[in-house]
Design a protein around this ligand. Structure first.
Ligand code: IPE
Ligand code: IPE
Ligand code: MG
Length: 233
């Protein structure tokens, strides 16, 4: 890397839509699940690199509400992969002092995956170096609708509701909005990710397919972010 990352101007929170696993596998004449398996390797490398760089929050879009419409065989394979990855990686999270959280309708996940996640979340609760947030069975509209329902159930006086109030009802309530949103695989869309939170995020798109995403790709995205002027209106 010829340029050096300015550690005084890091995006506090990076969100990533990890897209392109299927196409990566298909381009090699393999089944889509082979792409997802290699996607897990890219997750490992990205999490470690982000923590090393000094990123405080990393949110990874792993499974969307709409992804439930995929073939059952692919869903099952993804869930099995989730279980084995969490199982294997919790030790590394502990070693690297990384706290794991989830956002999304995780109650909809198969009980094995849910339990594995709950255990890892509990185990890593006290870690302080970086917070890793996995978006699972997540969508921005689901989240906004849920927040609205909870506000109504709490009988909050409409005249007192501010953006701050609303923010407190989102799944990301104690997390700063992403400064940088990365999407891989050359798709230029949001796909229902963090709709409220990305109001002023810097967007970064790369053609790299997720299983090929490396430390250098993350650094490139951060350098690009650091070349931008954020104006917030
Ligand atoms: C992203 O890769 C992973 C998930 C959505 C679970 P895809 O499975 O969407 O791969 P492409 O976009 O079809 O290549
Ligand atoms: C977005 O990717 C969701 C995740 C990466 C988990 P998709 O592959 O599901 O998005 P679309 O269908 O291309 O918009
Ligand atoms: Mg995709």
């Amino acid at each position: 890397m010829s340029q050096i990352i300015d550690t005084n101007n890091l995006p506090k929170h990076i969100a990533i839509t990890m897209d392109g696993n299927g196409r990566w596998a298909e381009s090699k004449g393999k089944l889509r699940i082979f792409g997802h398996k290699n996607g897990v390797k890219a997750v490992r490398e990205t999490v470690e690199s982000a923590a090393k760089i000094g990123i405080e929050f990393l949110t990874l879009y792993a499974f969307s509400t709409e992804n439930w419409d995929r073939p059952v065989s692919e869903i099952n394979a993804l869930m099995a992969l989730l279980v084995s990855a969490i199982n294997k990686e919790t030790k590394t999270l502990m070693k690297n002092n990384i706290k794991l959280c989830t956002i999304g309708a995780t109650d909809n996940l198969p009980s094995k995956a849910r339990n594995e996640l709950l255990e890892a979340v509990a185990k890593t609760k006290g870690n302080t170096r970086m917070t890793l947030i996995l978006a699972l069975s997540y969508s921005g509209r689901w989240e906004i609708l849920n927040a609205t329902k909870k506000i109504i159930a709490d009988c909050i006086n409409p005249n007192t509701i501010t953006e701050q109030t609303f923010q407190q009802y989102l799944t990301t309530k104690n997390v700063p909005d992403p400064a940088l949103l990365i999407r891989t695989s050359g798709e230029y869309r949001i796909s229902n990710f963090l709709l409220w939170q990305i109001a002023y995020s810097e967007l970064y798109f790369t053609d790299t397919l997720w299983p090929d995403f490396k430390k250098e790709d993350l650094e490139k995205a951060i350098l690009d972010y650091q070349s931008r002027e954020r104006r917030f209106g």
